[in-house]
Each structure stands twice: as C-alpha cells, then as structure tokens.
Design a protein. Structure first.
Length: 405
C-alpha cells in the first residue's frame, strides 16, 4: 500500500513539475521553456527553466508571438509593433534592377552554344509517325542578367526528381523520386565576401500564359502520427511584387506554429522566406522537396510534395514527327519563362536589388511512339539514346514533355 501511495506522490510531483514552466513562442516557431522575469514595452526578459539561478536573457518583443504562463494564462503580442519616428526613415525601399557584370554577355553566349551531337541519333532515326513526346534544350534571352556584381545564376539537370509538376499537383500522395523527369534547378552563387539574402516571397517565375509562381510557400504542412489530428496556425506572409499585396521588400510574417494534442504527435514544416547565402557559397532556388506522410513496407512509403524543381512540361510545342527536329530563337519560341530574383546584402532588406532573366525553348525533337519511351532511364541513359554515344555529356539543359492531344 505504501508503495502505491509513494508512486502516486511521485506522479503528482512529476506532473506538477512538467506544468510549472512558462512557454515562450517566438515568431519563427521556436518554443522556449522559461521563467518570465519582466515584460517591458520593447523586450521580454526571462531565465532558462533548466537554469533558474543563471543569467537573464532578453528578446525583443517584436520577435515574440505568445507567452503561456504556468497557470494557463496567455499573452499574445501584436505582430506589427508601432514604428518609432526615428525608424520611419529606415523603411525598406523598392528594389532596383541589378546591372549586368562584365562577364554576363559571355555567360549567355556560352549557355546558348548549340550542341549538334545531342539529337544526332534521333534525327538519323526519323520516321513518318507522330511523336508522343518531345525533348528540347533551353536558351537565355540576350537582355537577361545571369551575373551581377553580387550573384551569378547557373542551371543543372536533375538525375532524379518527382513526377508531379506545380500546375497539375492536387496534393495527392507521391511515391517519391523517379528517374530523369526532364527537370532542372536554378543555382545562385554568392560572388562576394559578405552574406547575400534571397527574399523568396519577392522572387517569381512568370509562365508563358502570364500566370506566376512565388518561390515562398506560405502554406504550412503538418504531418500527424497518432489517432488525433494536430493543429497549426499560420501567422501570415507578405508578398509585395506584381500587385500581390503588401509593400515591396517588406519582411513580415510567414511563420507557422505547429499544434498537437495528447493523443497524437505532429510536426509542422514551414518554408523559410529569407535564405542566407554565405560568402562565395551557393544555394538552389527550388528543388523537388517531399515530406514523408506514411510509411508502408508493402506498397512503399508515401510523400507529400511541398516544393518543385523547374520544368517546361507545360510548353505548347507544335506537333512533330518521330526524329523531326525544329529550332527556335527568343522571338518565335513556343515557350518563354521569365525569372525575377530579389536579393540584398542587408538581412532586413532596407535596400535591395532584383535580377531578371528569361529562358526559352530553343531546339526540340520528337521522340517515341509509346507512352513513355525513357521511363526507367536516368539522365545518362537518355543522353545516350538521343545522341547515340555512350558516356555522352552536354552543357545544354535538357527539358521535355508530352504533345497535347
């Protein structure tokens, strides 16, 4: 009997200890177990719960979303604190267009160099049959800026990527990455000895039909494990170009805080709006990103796609025969996509630049008379079938898609 009473006391003491701390939730989603000491007009002072006799820490109130006290009371703080008169002059300004660097023209010329051997085997095997699919290479328009004083843009094909594209994906589970899916990535190089910040909420891809894609995904994804669903709150995001709403270059919101209950465990994934590139470092602007939502040893794991690589699968290519090749220039290409990248050397974007470039379908060839002729091929195998040369390598970016029926 005494053992049961002792165990019950331990349980009550343990449960009380677990609930005795204050919880400080920051606007970036971080949760800190603390003992709040003082809240002033501009700051929140606290001690770490794990070290109550240690030093006090101070965090700007503007970075705090909520404080939940040990007795259950809450303080939720305004997300838009008043701007002091002295700060008004430091408001973010509209970005200026980035000027081309000295090597910009040479980079465009090198990218647009034609590789005659790439489609050699398919051209030699031309038949008077309609092709089901097309493969093509890309060009860069002459007025593009691939290189400024601060950053340089380059491209590379992906060996494996997701089958889905952003224009057709409805949220259904994906089986993961597949072999070569005619996708590519945009890579950004920091040319300087200081940190460069990319504002994804003001970086866009504009499609041939005028629609656009914002590189910042303000929608959170919550994955639950257990019998009950988790919750989440999105604190908002500001996008400020092309009339989408908000002030250009204004950094605010876009923070997700995940929720859960006693019967489930949930993890909330949120995109990072501002990405820092270290001195002389690189970052990939967009790449197929999958989140595991279900583990299944029999039929395979299932994933949700939350970010997509680049592609030209929605290009309206004129119908070709198998092995028929056709070339375009930037004035008559059937598909051109424009890119706008916002960046700054200041993490708060008090000033910023916007780099612009456009890619277009330059040369295409019709291939295959079956549903998917290269469905199990990697990039190397596709290049070999197109060129007829084993181990063939090319600097061209390879894209593709199906002809419209």
């Amino acid at each position: 009997m005494m053992k049961k009473v002792f165990a019950s006391c331990l349980f009550l003491v343990g449960a009380s200890a677990l609930q005795a701390q204050d919880v400080l939730t920051k606007r970036n989603g971080d949760e800190l177990q603390v003992k709040v000491v003082k809240i002033s007009a501009d700051e929140v002072e606290y001690k770490k719960w794990s070290n109550p006799d240690g030093p006090s820490y101070v965090v700007p109130k503007a970075e705090v979303f909520m404080v939940k006290y040990q007795n259950g009371d809450k303080d939720v703080f305004d997300s838009a604190p008043a701007v002091k008169p002295a700060e008004a002059s430091a408001a973010p300004s509209a970005p200026v267009k980035a000027a081309p660097a000295a090597d910009n023209a040479a980079l465009i010329e090198e990218f647009n160099r034609v590789d005659d051997a790439l489609f050699a085997a398919q051209r030699a095997d031309r038949k008077d049959k309609k092709a089901n699919e097309w493969y093509g290479t890309l060009g860069v328009t002459k007025n593009s800026v691939l290189s400024s004083d601060e950053i340089q843009v380059s491209f590379f094909n992906e060996e494996k990527s997701c089958y889905y594209t952003p224009y057709e994906y409805k949220g259904e589970p994906s089986s993961g990455l597949n072999y070569f899916q005619e996708k590519f990535c945009v890579e950004i190089l920091n040319k300087t000895s200081q940190t460069i910040y990319i504002d994804k909420a003001n970086s866009f891809r504009i499609e041939p039909d005028g629609s656009y894609y914002v590189y910042y995904n303000s929608q959170q994804t919550t994955v639950n494990q257990g019998g009950a669903s988790g919750g989440g709150v999105n604190l908002g995001a500001v996008t400020g170009a092309l009339g989408i709403g908000g002030a250009v270059n204004t950094l605010a919101g876009g923070v997700s805080v995940g929720g859960k209950n006693d019967h489930s465990v949930s993890t909330t994934y949120a995109d990072q709006r501002v990405v820092a590139i270290p001195p002389h470092g690189k970052m990939v602007l967009s790449k197929d990103k999958l989140i595991l939502i279900k583990t299944n040893s029999w039929s395979g794991d299932e994933f949700k796609v939350v970010e997509f690589s680049e592609d030209f699968k929605n290009a309206k290519i004129p119908q070709l025969q198998k092995g028929e090749c056709k070339a375009f220039d930037e004035t008559n290409s059937p598909a051109t996509k424009r890119y706008m990248l916002a960046y700054s050397t200041d993490s708060e974007f008090k000033s910023g630049k916007q780099l612009e470039f456009s890619l277009y379908v330059r040369e295409v060839i019709g291939v295959g008379t079956t549903w998917k002729p290269f469905v199990y091929d990697g990039l190397d195998e596709v290049l070999e079938k197109l060129s007829g040369l084993k181990g063939f390598a090319t600097k061209s970016i390879l894209v593709g898609g199906r002809f419209n029926r």
